[in-house]
Design a protein around this ligand. Structure first.
Ligand code: 2M8
Length: 445
C-alpha cells in the first residue's frame, strides 16, 4: 500500500465508523436518555450514560448533557446514583430485575422515578469534564455548574457511607456495582453467599431471552445476585452496619480508581466554575494512597480487589487490576509494574496488538472466551486503559490499543463485547457505549 492509499483507507474507515456509531446512538435515543441496547437493556444505566455522554459530546453535545441530567435527576438524597433508572414509558415489556423487585419507593430518600438501589463505577465526573472539553462554551459551563454539587454528593456517599473497610476506599455490595458482573474477581467473595439456583425458577431472566445463555452469567450466579439484592433491600438499602449483616463487601480497583480520577476531574471543574480545586486534589492523592496501601499486590505486580469480610485480596488477575493506571499520581513503581502486567501474555498489550485486550488473564485455566466478563474483550475497559496509557504518556502503547479497539468495531460492528481471539461480535448488537467510545477514540490520535 502506498502512503496516499493508506491515508485514504484510514479516512474511509474513519468515516464508516463515525456513520455507524452515530446511527447506533441515534437509534438508541429514548426521549431523555440512551438505552444501552434496545433488546437487552431497555432502561437507563448509570455508567453506560457516562460513556455515552463522552461520545455524544463529539456529535450531539446537547444530548450529552441531557443524558447526564436525566441520570442525576434520579440521584438519591444520600448522594448515590442508582445503577438503573427505569423508564415508565418503556415499550420493551417486563424487565428482570425490574422496579417491583428493587422496590426503591420504600427506601428513605429515593427519587420519584423507580430505580435500582445499588450503584456503578463513578465515571461521571471525568465524563462531565470530557463533555465540556470536547464542546466548550457557555452552555457547558452552566451544565458543569449544575452538575458539580451532585457529583460531589456522589463522591461523599461512596467515600463516606460505603467505606465499610475503614481504610478510605468504597466497598461494593454487589458484583453488579463493579460493572463487570460475573468477573472471576468475584468468584471467591461470592462463594460465601448462600444461594440455590432453583430460586431462579420463580423468575424469568430477561437476558437469556435475548442473548445466548453460553455468553451470559449462569443461573447460580443469578441466584447469588438475587440473594444479595434481597439482603440489601431488606435493610432498605441503608449502609449502616453492613459489615455485620451483608455477605458481600469488596473494595474494587476499578470503582476506587474511578473515585480517585473523579476528584482530579472535579478539581478541573471547580476551577472553571469558581470553586476551590485544592480539596479535590488532596482527596485524589489520598484515594491513590489508599489504593496502593489496600489493593496493591507487590508479588503479583497488579491491583486486586479486597474481600473486606475475609480481609484478604482475591486471587484472580483480571483487567480490573490495570484500571488504577488512570490515576495521575500513581507512584512510578506501580505504573511500571502495571505496564508489565498489561504487556504480559496475560493481557497482550503492545504497540501492534495481535489480539484484542481480554477482560481476564488469557493464560488462566478458567478463561472463557465467550462468557461475558470472564474473558471477552470490551470497548469500555479498553478505553479506560487507553486513558491510563495517555495519562502516563505511553504514546506507543496507547496508539496500539486505540488501533485494536477501532479495528474490532470496524470488523464486527458495535457489539457489546467481542471474542478475545477471533474478534467476532458477542452479546447485543448495536450497543451504545461501544458506539460512543469509538467516536471518542476516532477524535483523539
Ligand atoms: C450489565 O449489567 C446488567 C445488570 O446491571 C446485566 O447484566 O443485565 C453489565 O455489563 C454492566 O456493566 C452494564 O452497565 C449493563 C448495561 O449495559 O449491563
Amino acid at each position: 500500500m502506498t502512503l496516499t492509499t493508506g491515508v485514504r483507507a484510514d479516512a474511509d474507515r474513519h468515516a464508516r465508523l463515525r456513520r455507524l456509531a452515530l446511527a447506533t446512538l441515534d437509534a438508541n435515543w429514548e426521549h431523555d436518555h440512551t438505552v444501552p441496547s434496545r433488546t437487552l437493556y431497555p432502561h437507563q444505566w448509570s455508567w453506560d450514560s457516562a460513556f455515552i455522554a463522552i461520545g455524544l459530546a463529539h456529535v450531539r453535545p446537547d444530548r450529552a448533557w441531557r443524558e447526564l441530567r436525566t441520570l442525576f435527576a434520579a440521584q438519591w438524597v444520600d448522594g448515590r446514583v442508582p445503577h438503573i433508572v427505569f423508564n415508565p414509558a418503556s415499550r420493551a415489556g417486563p424487565y428482570f430485575p425490574g422496579p417491583q423487585f428493587w422496590d426503591s419507593a420504600r427506601a428513605d430518600g429515593s427519587p420519584a422515578r423507580a430505580t435500582s438501589g445499588i450503584v456503578q463505577p463513578p465515571v461521571h465526573a471525568p465524563a462531565a469534564w470530557l463533555v465540556h472539553r470536547r464542546a466548550p462554551g457557555e452552555a457547558s459551563v452552566a451544565a458543569l455548574r449544575r452538575l458539580y454539587p451532585r457529583l460531589v454528593a456522589q463522591q461523599r456517599y461512596l467515600t463516606g457511607r460505603r467505606d465499610a473497610g475503614g481504610g478510605g476506599l468504597a466497598s461494593i455490595v454487589h458484583p453488579w456495582e463493579s460493572g463487570l458482573d460475573n468477573s472471576p474477581a468475584w468468584d471467591a467473595p461470592l462463594a460465601g453467599v448462600p444461594a440455590d439456583e432453583a430460586v431462579m425458577r420463580a423468575y424469568r431472566r430477561h437476558d437469556t431471552a435475548h442473548a445466548d445463555a453460553a455468553q451470559r452469567p449462569t443461573d447460580l450466579d443469578y441466584a447469588r445476585y438475587v440473594a444479595l439484592v434481597e439482603s440489601y433491600r431488606a435493610g432498605r438499602y441503608r449502609d449502616e452496619g453492613l459489615l455485620g449483616r451483608h455477605p458481600f463487601l469488596v473494595e474494587c480497583p476499578l470503582v476506587n480508581a474511578a473515585l480517585g480520577v473523579s476528584e482530579y476531574a472535579l478539581a478541573r471543574i471547580a476551577a472553571v466554575i469558581g470553586a476551590d480545586p485544592g480539596p479535590h486534589r488532596d482527596r485524589g492523592a489520598r484515594i491513590t494512597e489508599a489504593l496502593v496501601t489496600r489493593l496493591w499486590d507487590p508479588v503479583a505486580g497488579t491491583f486486586r480487589p479486597r474481600d473486606v469480610r475475609a480481609d484478604r485480596l482475591v486471587p484472580a488477575r483480571t483487567v480490573l487490576g490495570l484500571m488504577p493506571l488512570a490515576l495521575p499520581e500513581l507512584p512510578s513503581a506501580q505504573v511500571s509494574a502495571l505496564l508489565a502486567e498489561a504487556c504480559s501474555p496475560r493481557f497482550g498489550l503492545a504497540a501492534r496488538m495481535d489480539r484484542p485486550l481480554p477482560t481476564y488473564d488469557r493464560t488462566a485455566p478458567d478463561f472463557e472466551p465467550l462468557r461475558y466478563w470472564r474473558g471477552p474483550s470490551w470497548i469500555n475497559t479498553g478505553w479506560l486503559l487507553w486513558q491510563g496509557l495517555r495519562t502516563h504518556r505511553r504514546v506507543d502503547l496507547a496508539a496500539g490499543l486505540r488501533e485494536s479497539l477501532l479495528d474490532l468495531v470496524d470488523r464486527a460492528g458495535c457489539h457489546e463485547y467481542f471474542h478475545p481471539d477471533t474478534g467476532a461480535g458477542l452479546g447485543s448488537p448495536a450497543f451504545s457505549w461501544t458506539a460512543a467510545l469509538v467516536l471518542d477514540a476516532l477524535a483523539q490520535e
